[in-house]
Ligand binder design. Structure first.
Ligand SMILES: [Zn+2]
Ligand SMILES: [Zn+2]
Length: 350
């Protein structure tokens, strides 16, 4: 088996190189896979430059993975065989907590992730531990689906979960604040769930332009126009039914509350910087207008299945979503593009 491989090795915050690393061993009851494609996530950018709590170095991240099985462990007794191709999402549920017992995996108390507790996919090879096979989100790649496109299923899954909780539905006016990959995914999902009108906002005209192909009906550049005023004007002063904050800017959460229609749902999708997470929301507005503030993160297996279905059947414009496919040795170029907001989804091929 491999011994050595090429990988993007992270040595500390801001310190990473494409270099030779030891290839992982096949876990005795798990699988060893060859990574075919691995998407670059916004959370990866944070980890690359700021590290992550509890992280040990050197480490390999990358969690939006499509991969081919190269070896099954000696004690592995499952259905997979070498040569099989898998869509691998990173979450691993415990299967034993109250939430898991109720089938509400997205709230698992002991959730772990590939690329955090086990080595990730910015590498030629990656171990799939038995825990991920028993209680993770791994399924065969749908026939005919490009592995590069399957890597988009993970971010899409989190967005599907959020809008399930926000109950986006027929006739709704939806505002998406932030037109990065997550905002674009939310726009398409809102449309698929029947939203009548989607207003997408960003401070970058480049990003707004990229969001156009995902189903937005109106684009607002919030650097040059007051966003709350723009939404109220477009809704006869009533406000929006669902507002999704797909960005890390505290002020947008304040605005989201101010532009909500009575009984509106506000999906706090983007986390805020830890030192700046008390944005000063007027909770009297929440109270008197009967608003719902909904925090959402991660997803359950059902969301990942729907995401793969949407990518496979063409209801999600994945070809517009994946803007850059690069060999892993060009990782630094792709990371730069994503950091500057010049790319939506960057996918690496080791
Ligand atoms: Zn991700
Ligand atoms: Zn659990």
């Amino acid at each position: 088996m491999p011994g050595k491989m090429n990988a993007l090795v992270l040595r500390g915050p801001g310190d990473f190189e494409f270099e030779e690393a030891a290839a992982p061993e096949c876990p005795p009851a798990g699988l060893l896979v060859k990574v075919l494609a691995c998407g670059l996530c916004g959370s990866d950018l944070r980890t690359l430059y700021s590290g992550r709590k509890g992280m040990s170095y050197p480490w390999i991240i990358g969690h939006e993975v499509s991969a081919e099985i190269v070896q099954t462990g000696a004690a592995y007794r499952g259905p997979y065989k070498p040569g099989g191709v898998l869509a691998v999402a990173p979450v691993v549920y415990c299967g034993a907590c109250d939430f898991c017992m109720e089938g509400r995996f997205e709230f698992c108390d002991n959730i772990r992730e590939l690329a955090q507790h086990w080595q990730g996919g910015f590498a030629e090879y990656m171990p799939i531990p038995p825990e991920a096979l028993a209680h993770g989100v791994i399924r065969p790649l749908p026939a005919g689906l490009d592995p590069v496109y399957a890597a988009a299923a993970e971010p899409l899954s989190s967005c599907l979960h959020a809008q399930e909780r926000g109950r986006t539905g027929r006739g709704d006016t939806v505002v998406v604040i932030g037109c990065g990959p997550i905002g674009c995914a939310h726009t398409t999902i809102a449309k698929a769930r029947g939203a009548a009108r989607i207003i997408a906002a960003d401070v970058s005209s480049e990003r707004l332009e990229m969001c156009r192909g995902f189903g937005a009906d109106a684009l607002v550049n919030s650097a040059s126009e007051d966003l709350t005023g723009a939404v109220l004007r477009r809704t006869d002063g009533k406000g929006a039914d669902v507002i999704i904050t797909a960005n890390p800017v505290p002020e947008t959460q304040v605005q989201a509350v101010e532009m909500a229609r009575k009984s509106g749902r506000i999906l706090l999708f983007g986390g805020l910087p830890p030192h700046d997470s008390k944005p000063g929301i007027d909770t009297n507005i929440v109270h008197y207008r009967g608003l719902e503030l909904i925090g959402t993160t991660t997803f359950a297996p059902r969301h990942h299945k729907t995401a793969l279905d949407m990518i496979t059947n063409g209801s999600f414009p994945v070809g517009k979503f994946v803007t850059h496919v690069l060999p892993l040795e060009k990782a630094k170029d792709g990371i730069g593009l994503a950091k500057e907001g010049k790319a939506l989804k960057v996918v690496f091929k080791p």
